[in-house]
Design a protein around this ligand. Structure first.
Ligand code: FES
Length: 135
């Protein structure tokens, strides 16, 4: 389901302390998906990347200029899927830590989001450290 023409899935709602970011977290190994944070969490765009059983999520904002990272809707990774890449100037970020290892913002960090997958949905716990998948 596309909401804003960038492949963002809607259906945000609070469930107890958590917020649903994506109703269907169909994310293949090395895949990435964008979403919009709810207004109460800042309303910014975010994205999630699967690495094995773990899901890592960040605010979609490059620490270099604040530009969005994706080079196409839901495309946040470099060609071989080993790093998050910024479309603007090609900075590379470690998927697990969000730390820039190449480019104009070396050692700066993406802002992590604390997320989990529950019953196939991506849930936001809070802005902060990312969590792995739960069943
Ligand atoms: S805006 Fe991301 S590397 Fe320059």
């Amino acid at each position: 389901m596309s909401v804003n023409g960038r492949g963002r899935e809607q259906g945000l709602r609070a469930e107890s302390e958590k917020t649903v970011l994506l109703e269907s977290m169909e994310l293949a190994e090395g895949g990435s998906r964008g979403f919009r944070l709810p207004a109460e969490a800042g309303g910014a765009e975010g994205f999630a990347v699967r690495r094995g059983a773990a899901i890592f999520a960040y605010v979609n904002r490059c620490p270099h200029t604040g530009a969005p990272l994706d080079w196409s809707p839901d495309q946040f990774l470099n060609a071989d899927g080993s790093y998050i890449i910024c479309a603007m100037h090609g900075a590379l970020f470690e998927i697990e830590s969000g730390r820039c290892i190449h480019g104009p913002c070396v050692n700066q960090l993406l802002e992590p989001l604390s997320v989990e997958v529950e019953e196939g949905r991506l849930l936001l716990r809070s802005r902060g450290v990312s969590f792995g998948e739960r069943d």
